[in-house]
Design a protein around this ligand. Structure first.
Ligand code: ATP
Length: 135
């Protein structure tokens, strides 16, 4: 079965949305295969976000991800990578569609784009690479 790495980012944990977010993924039919609460380290985040090194939002993104614990989860299911990204919604919570995690729980209260509640792997290769970083 296909697997994906899901992170509930520090804003999601701080806003007590971890359970609600995991619940939506389970309700869709994906199977929780592993789960933990973790304070990320800088090395871990540099590995996770290597493709964004040098972009203007790279440093703020790392600082945000270091600001509190994240929930790391592995979910399994048919086409779970694509399915979770569809559940998550657009990267920017301001424009993410209603019915998606970012569209329903993201707030336009002046938060930065990086505070978008969740991360999900974008390919089978990324999923395996990211799972090795977090588990
Ligand atoms: P993710 O990979 O986290 O699921 P994504 O694929 O929607 O999100 P990417 O383009 O891979 O988005 O960017 C990774 C993360 O970097 C985003 O989730 C967001 O937190 C942050 N980010 C992306 N673009 C910006 C931006 N322009 N300004 C601030 N942060 C950004």
């Amino acid at each position: 079965t296909e697997r994906t790495l899901v992170l509930v980012k520090p804003d999601g944990v701080a806003r007590n949305l971890s359970g609600a977010i995991l619940s939506r993924i389970e309700a869709k039919g994906y199977v929780l295969a592993d789960l933990k609460l973790v304070q990320a380290g800088r090395d871990q985040l540099e590995a996770h976000y290597a493709e964004h090194l040098g972009k203007p939002f790279y440093e703020p993104l790392l600082e945000f991800m270091l600001s509190g614990p994240v929930v790391a989860a592995i979910f399994e299911g048919e086409r779970v990578i694509e399915g979770f990204r569809s559940l998550a919604g657009a990267t920017d919570p301001t424009v993410a569609a209603p019915g998606t995690i970012r569209g329903d729980f993201g707030r336009d209260w002046g938060q930065k784009v990086q505070q978008n509640l969740v991360h999900g792997s974008d390919s089978v290769e990324s999923a395996e690479r990211e799972i090795a970083i977090w588990f």
